[in-house]
Design a protein around this ligand. Structure first.
Ligand code: SAM
Ligand code: SF4
Length: 335
């Protein structure tokens, strides 16, 4: 173990989110355009390189790894990578190995993920209506995802549902989605839609629905109490007294959460983004590939990058762009 990663604002970096592919079997309208150009294979970190990269972060104090994408479970042989990370769970260096998925491949992978040491999974699901699901994901089919969720629960994985809040799209489904999660013992988090990437010129199938309004909607149906819980991220939680359910709200636009940020994001090409809302990044692939025999140059590059982690992001007051809008897709940095 080397010295822990501490950024210039005294925040310890203990959480790494890793995008293992930019590809996906869905084309969610707020995330991708229908015709995406994906990265050439040679630009992607190989599974061995991903292992080396993550293992270096773990040695430097990262305790939680979240695997994301694109859709992480469409990356060929991805279980080789998960199985490799199991050794860090077994050594105690890593406290949690988890993933964010659209659920389409969970039926196939749930047991293997559990065997690799995964205990919790975030599944992104915005609607329980077959047609709306097909509309919002363009290529996805709801029954396949529901079978995946069933398989994951049978395997013993705890599920949290992440739903993007879209006005006029899933607004009236709020009670149904909430009850469905309660019946199945799943937590639920609403995400405010963010201005990420060029998603083509199709209709947006819904618009920005402020989570203040989502919360107000809950207050019409339930007694809502605030929870003090913080995870170092953008989520805030409430409890619904009637069901005992914990509901999360991720509000990157209307709430500033940067002061407690403990995370950085690695793309599938080895770029390290120190902040989801800033364009600044460091190339870690070069020190990794140029020095196959030594981890020191990679460690030095990671430490230098963390030294540049900004204090906060500006979706709402621009630094780099006119309106704080990000040019890269969510599937690039992994959300
Ligand atoms: N494919 C996986 C999935 O959908 O869970 C993992 C990657 S996806 C980019 C991660 C999360 O980002 C998903 O929960 C998705 O809903 C969310 N997301 C994508 N585009 C977004 C946007 N423009 N605003 C807010 N959330 C977005
Ligand atoms: Fe794919 Fe996830 Fe983006 Fe949807 S949100 S297109 S499932 S990466």
């Amino acid at each position: 173990m080397t010295a822990p990663l501490i950024d210039p604002f005294a925040r310890a970096i203990t959480y790494l989110r890793v995008s293992v592919t930019d590809r996906c079997d869905f084309r969610c309208v707020y995330c991708m355009s229908e015709n995406m150009t994906f990265l050439p294979k040679k630009d992607l970190l190989t599974l061995e390189e991903l292992d080396r990269m993550c293992s270096t972060f773990v040695r430097m104090g990262v305790e939680k790894l979240r695997i994301t994408g694109g859709e992480p479970l469409v990356r060929r042989d991805i279980m080789t990578f998960f199985n490799g990370m199991t050794r860090h769970l077994e050594s105690g260096a890593l406290r949690e190995l988890t993933l964010t998925t659209n659920g389409s491949q969970l039926e196939r992978f749930a047991d293997q993920l559990f065997a690799a040491g995964v205990r919790r999974v975030n599944v992104s699901l915005d609607t329980l209506d077959d047609q709306k699901f097909a509309d919002i994901t363009r290529w996805g089919r709801l029954p396949q995802v529901l079978r995946g969720i069933d398989a994951a629960q049978r395997a013993g994985l705890r599920i949290k549902i992440n739903a993007v809040a879209l006005k006029g799209f899933n607004e009236e489904e709020l009670p149904r989605i909430t009850e469905w999660c309660a019946e199945r013992g799943m937590d639920l988090t609403w995400i405010e839609v963010m201005p990420m990437g060029d998603i083509g010129n199709e209709n947006r199938l819904g618009q920005y629905w402020s989570l203040k309004d989502v919360r107000a909607e809950y207050e019409k149906h339930y007694r809502v109490s605030d929870l003090a819980e913080r995870t170092g991220g953008p989520a805030r939680y409430v409890r619904l007294e009637e069901t005992g359910q914990k509901i999360g709200f991720i509000t990157p636009l209307s709430h500033n959460f940067c002061e407690s940020c403990n995370r950085v994001r690695l793309t599938c090409t080895g770029e390290l983004y120190m902040c989801l809302g800033q364009e600044d990044m460091a190339d870690l692939r070069k020190p990794l590939r140029d020095h196959p025999e030594s981890e020191k140059p990679l460690e030095d590059a990671i430490r230098a990058a963390i030294g540049l982690k900004p204090k906060g992001h500006d979706f709402d007051y621009s630094r780099q762009t006119v309106d704080g809008r990000m040019s890269r897709h969510m599937s690039h940095t992994g959300g």
